[in-house]
Design a protein around this ligand. Structure first.
Ligand code: FES
Ligand SMILES: [Fe+2]
Length: 375
């Protein structure tokens, strides 16, 4: 049940183990993937203002900036002239990014538009910076993880949309956090049910109430969905705030390629919660999480809103602690090992989809099944 091909993943990603392990470990194996041709969030719209903004994606430095019309662009953060980070530079009044070293200027497509002191044209192909297709929507700046080649080619996919943001009757709260874990571990953690009664005791679920529920799992080429059937309203604080009077619970957990963990709860007919956690791989062992929570409730939203962020951050602090120690342990042992059971419902599916996306395989195979677990 473990990530089945992790032995070939991230071979050089791990540092040499500081000490030998006494138990068998897949040496140098960690569940790391590098995905090309996919959309990831690079920043919130609010973060990207008049100055260039440096970040990384899969460990590659990138710089974001806005052109004269405020449209964002992203370039690999390395000046083609002498390898200086372009993010050290400035955005000019014409919306080009000027390198801090010799003043070459680049537009959001990566074309070199001006070279000080040069009498001939500046826009030779060899002087281009590598541009990443960029799209701003719903308050986030998304970048595509493959540079365009300087032509007009546009990606044939679009970024994920937050379905209930701005929708009548719904409130939305967003939060950005960072975890010291691989993208795979961070996604699995966000969709892993069994740890919630344990690590987050009292917040989601209490210790087991001995109720058997069924998870119906369905994987298609770009997603895996688990529907939990027969779940009573959890006794934890979060469910109590969302629906004080109880009711029938509908619960879906979904992983959507390339990096979205989605948790959806309906309790009764009037209470609905959708949490989208969009993961951005900063590097192999650091993942930024853009969490967007939309909810509808019978209770006035102004009563619920103040609880959402502090509660979510409390939950996240516990997860972040575990992910950090998990990563440290994998690195200490020089590799990972997994012993899974069928109640680790989504882990192997998530890994399979990620590896499939890494290979560029767009077909995949469908799989459906049912798992019983006691909550
Ligand atoms: S290094 Fe950028 S202009 Fe020279
Ligand atoms: Fe958790």
């Amino acid at each position: 049940m473990e990530p089945e091909t992790s032995a070939d993943a991230g071979a050089e990603a791990l540092p040499a183990p500081p000490r030998a392990s006494l138990v068998s470990t897949r040496r140098n194996a960690a569940s790391v993937v590098h995905l090309k041709g996919q959309w990831f969030i690079a920043a919130t719209s609010r973060e990207l203002r008049a100055h260039p903004l440096a970040t990384t994606l899969f460990g590659t430095p990138i710089v974001l900036f806005r052109d004269r019309d405020g449209k964002p662009g992203a370039l690999v953060d390395r000046c083609p002239h002498r390898n200086v980070p372009l993010s050290l530079g400035h955005v000019e009044a014409d919306g080009t990014l000027r390198c801090a070293y010799h003043g070459w200027r680049f537009d959001t497509e990566g074309a070199c538009t001006f070279i000080p002191s040069l009498t001939e044209r500046s826009d030779a192909r060899s002087r281009r910076a590598h541009a990443l297709p960029t799209l701003e929507q719903q308050g986030f700046v998304w970048v595509y993880s493959s540079p365009s080649q300087g032509g007009d080619e546009t990606p044939d996919t679009v970024p994920h949309r937050f379905a209930y943001q701005g929708k009548r009757g719904y409130s939305t709260v967003a939060q950005v956090v960072e975890a010291e874990g691989t993208m795979y571990s961070t996604i699995e953690n966000a969709l892993d049910v069994p740890h919630t009664a344990f690590l987050h005791r009292g917040l989601f679920r209490s210790a087991s109430r001995g109720i058997t529920i069924t998870a119906k799992v369905h994987r298609t080429k770009d997603r895996v969905v688990a529907e939990y059937v027969g779940e009573p309203r959890p006794p934890g604080l979060i469910a109590r705030i969302l629906s004080p009077s109880g009711g029938i619970v509908t619960h879906f957990d979904r992983f959507l390629l390339p990096s979205i963990a989605q948790v959806e709860y309906s309790i009764g007919t009037e209470n609905h919660l959708l949490v989208d956690s969009v993961m951005t791989p900063i590097d192999d062992f650091r993942t930024r999480i853009y969490a967007v929570v939309s909810f509808r409730s019978r209770l006035p939203h102004f009563l619920i809103r103040p609880f959402i962020k502090p509660l979510a951050l409390r939950v996240f602090k516990q997860d972040a602690f575990i992910l950090k120690r998990q990563t440290e342990t994998i690195q200490l042992f020089g590799g990972e090992q997994f012993a899974s059971t069928e109640i680790d419902v989504l882990g192997r599916h998530i890994w399979r989809l990620l590896k499939q996306a890494e290979r560029g395989d767009v077909h995949g195979s469908d799989e459906s099944g049912e798992v019983k677990l006691v909550v």
